[in-house]
Design a protein around this ligand. Structure first.
Ligand SMILES: [Ca+2]
Length: 368
């Protein structure tokens, strides 16, 4: 019995020495009881929304708290720093993890979590058009191959201010990406420089401008109340003659929400003793434009502009009248996703963010 007791005493002695060394060290480095060195590991579900695992560690932490979104009430509190939190819907979410010390003070780490819908629509789904047509030659195309936007073709237009329609988004280059043969413009619910949403707007102004031709744009549209994707043109002389005298060809516009996502609009805007416009819409017989890729086309020549979805014509305008000279001059392309504004109305609780406009290709053909 003696030996174990001796060992026990020795171990106790070593234990006390160790404890006192640790506490001395702690008192020297952290006399306040504040936590330090917070690290946060976030593990997303394999695909789609679901349970997000958050693991936090910090020195001197006595409690961890998880905050989700803008709530000032902790979603969960524990002493382990291990959280499993379920996000049932796709979207972009802010989380904040706080580590509290015995001082009652905390340090924090904030993260943005993006959970996308399960089963994303692939580039192979939906209508396609050929690379050549009889009587035409391909004069410009962007197939969005590679991993960066081709700035020989495209420029970013940035900023907020409503863009003439009380739109809510701030346009930034950060919301554009090129990957897998597809251009993606992403509208996010994200505060930036006074705006509650961000998105992107791309233009070919002064870089790729055309008068007449067949234009095919293959795209997958976003959806949701207040989401407003557009594939359109403006006259390259807009800086000198202004709008609407520069002319505007809306190849495709869609406003999301309220059973409107099965319909696209093709419209002309021009100057004729003030703003003149003429448009028609096309409605799918089943499904919505976010279900698969569609090809949005105009065939524009000296006498008419015609609009098509998947090679089905739905609008035609005679551009021979003398007050439509703008449609015999150079136009540049614009791709954007607006958020909110006069026409679609603003996003509401049903709108899921982020939303993406995806473009597989834009091709311009002109007559031989
Ligand atoms: Ca492509």
């Amino acid at each position: 019995m003696k030996k174990p007791i001796f060992h026990g005493l020795l171990l106790s002695f070593l234990f006390l020495v160790t404890i006192s060394l640790i506490s001395c060290k702690d008192e020297e480095e952290n006399p306040t009881g504040d936590p330090t060195n917070l690290t946060v590991e976030v593990t997303l579900p394999d695909e789609g929304p679901g349970v997000v695992v958050i693991h936090a560690t910090a020195d001197n932490a006595t409690e961890y708290r998880l905050y989700v979104g803008s709530s000032t009430t902790a979603a969960a509190t524990n002493t382990s720093g291990h959280f499993e939190y379920e996000f049932p819907l796709a979207g972009t979410f802010q989380i904040e993890v706080r580590a509290y010390g015995s001082s009652g003070r905390y340090i924090k780490d904030s993260r943005q979590i993006v959970l996308t819908d399960e089963d994303p629509i692939t580039i192979g789904e939906g209508y396609t058009t050929p690379l050549q047509y009889d009587g035409y030659q391909l004069v410009w195309n962007d197939e969005f191959d590679g991993n960066v936007l081709n700035t020989q073709f495209w420029s970013y237009e940035t900023g907020a201010g409503g863009w003439g329609n009380n739109e809510l988004q701030y346009y930034r280059p950060e919301n554009t990406s090129v990957d897998g043969g597809v251009l993606t413009i992403e509208a996010r619910k994200e505060s930036y420089s006074g705006s509650a949403y961000t998105s992107s707007r791309l233009v070919t102004r002064d870089k790729k401008t055309f008068t007449y031709g067949r234009v095919d744009i293959r795209a997958l549209l976003p959806k949701g109340q207040g989401i407003w994707p557009a594939l359109w043109t403006l006259g390259n002389n807009i800086t000198t003659v202004s709008w609407p005298a520069c002319g505007e060809i809306d190849i495709m516009e869609m406003i999301g929400g309220s059973n409107r996502e099965k319909t696209v609009h093709g419209t002309l805007h021009w100057e004729n003793n003030g703003h003149a416009q003429y448009g028609q819409s096309y409605t799918l017989s089943s499904g919505i434009f976010a279900d698969e890729y569609h090809v949005f086309t105009i065939i524009w020549d000296e006498t008419t502009i015609k609009w098509y979805v998947n090679d089905v014509k739905f609008n035609e305008v005679d551009i021979t009248p003398g007050h439509m000279t703008e449609f015999h001059l150079k136009q540049f392309f614009i791709f954007n996703v607006a958020v909110g504004g006069i026409w679609p109305g603003n996003p509401d609780a049903t709108t899921v963010f982020p939303q993406q406009l995806k473009v597989d290709y834009i091709r311009v053909f002109q007559k031989n």
